[in-house]
Design a protein around this ligand. Sequence first.
Ligand SMILES: [Zn+2]
Length: 416
Amino acid sequence: MLPSANHDLARLLSVLHQSEERILAWQSALTASRALPPEHGGDGELAKAQWLETLLQSLAITDLKRFDAKDARVSSGLRPNLICRIPGQSPQTLWIFSHLDVVGPGDLSAWSHDPWSVHRQGDLIFGRGVEDNQQGMVSSLLLAHALMTQKITPRLTLGLVFMADEECGNRFGLSHILASAPQLFSEHDYYLVPDFGRPKAELIEVAEKATCWLKITTQGEQCHASTPQKGHNAFVAGSAIVLALSQELPKRFPESNPLFSPPYSTFVPSRHEANVQGINIVPGRNIFYLDCRILPEIPPQRVLEAVEELVQTISQNYGVTSRVTLEHEQRASAMDATHPHLKVLQEAVKAVYGLTPRIGGVGGGTVAALLRQRGLPAMVWACLLDTCHSPDEHASLTAIQNDSCVFAQILMQGHD
Ligand SMILES: [Zn+2]
C-alpha cells in the first residue's frame, strides 16, 4: 500500500472511532420509522428508505438509484430498494448489503422499553431493528459518511445496497434488484452481508442450509364445546401433527455436517394462526407453520414427502383432513471456502478485532444465498450479539464502529 493510502486509512479509522453520537442519532431515526412488512402488520419500508436517501444526498453522493418493486399491500404501492456508490480508484467494488425491513416486536410486555424508541445503557442500544439489520446499515453508512466528509477516494469503489423484504422472502427486495439490474454485480467484486455474526466477530459464514416454510391447514368440524362429539376438533388434531413433526423429522433426517451450527437439520413449528373467538367453541380449522432448515446434502423434496406422509396419517386417525403448502423456499448455498476474498476479510477482522475468524456454515438464510446462486462470492460477517427477533433486541456501539473499521480496511487495502 502507498504511504498516502496508509495515511487515508488512518484518517478514516480515527473518524470512525468517534461515531457514538452519530450512531445514536441514526439508529434512533431508523428505529422510529417502523419498517414492518405487510406480513407483520406494517406498511413497508418507504419512510426508512426516504430517510436514507436524504442522508446520502446530504453527503453529496450522486450515484444513487432506486429499484422499487410494486406491492399493492402497502399504502404507497412500493417496496423500495436503494443503491448508492462512491467511486474508488478501481471499478472493483466492495458491496455491502443491508435490509430495511424489521420483524414485529412480538409480545410488548416482554420489552423493558418501547421497541420503537432507542434506549441506551452503557455501550448497548436497545430497540427493534438496532441489530437486525441496522447495525450493518449504520456501520456501512458510517464508512460512506467518513469517505465523503474526509474527501478520501478509496482504492475500491464502495457500493451500499439497502433492500426491502428480507424477512419475508426477498421477492420485493434483492430478488427484484437482481432481476432489474444484474449488470451491476461482477464476480470480481467483494460481497459482504453483515446480517449474521458472532459476539466476538469470530465467524465468517460461507454456507447456508436450505430454508422451507410450510403451512399446515387442518380442517375438522366446528361445534359447541359442551358437545364435542358432534364435531372434529381441528386444534387437537393440529397439535398431534405439531408433536409428530417435531419428534419424527429429526429421527428421519439425522445427518450431521460439522460446517454448521447446529450440525443437523432443524424442523421448528413456529407460527400458529388465531382460531375461534369463544372459549365455548370447538375449532373447526387449525393453521400452523413449520420452519425447516435443511442440510445441503438432503434434498428438500425428501423432507416435504415425509411431512406430507406424517400429516396425512395423523389426520386420518383424528377424522380430519389436512393440506400442506410450501410458503417459501430458499435453496442451500455455499461459496468456495478457499476463495481469496475470505483471506482479505480475515485479515481485516484480525486488524480490528485481534482474532482470525473461522469459516463455517449456518442455518441461514441471508440474502447471501441469492448472490451465491448467481456465482457471486458472498461472505456473511459482522460482530453481533445475536439478539435479533428477540424482545430487548440490542447492539453494541463499539461493535458498530469496529465493523465499519473492518469495511474500511477492505476498501482501502483489498486486492484480488
Ligand atoms: Zn436480518
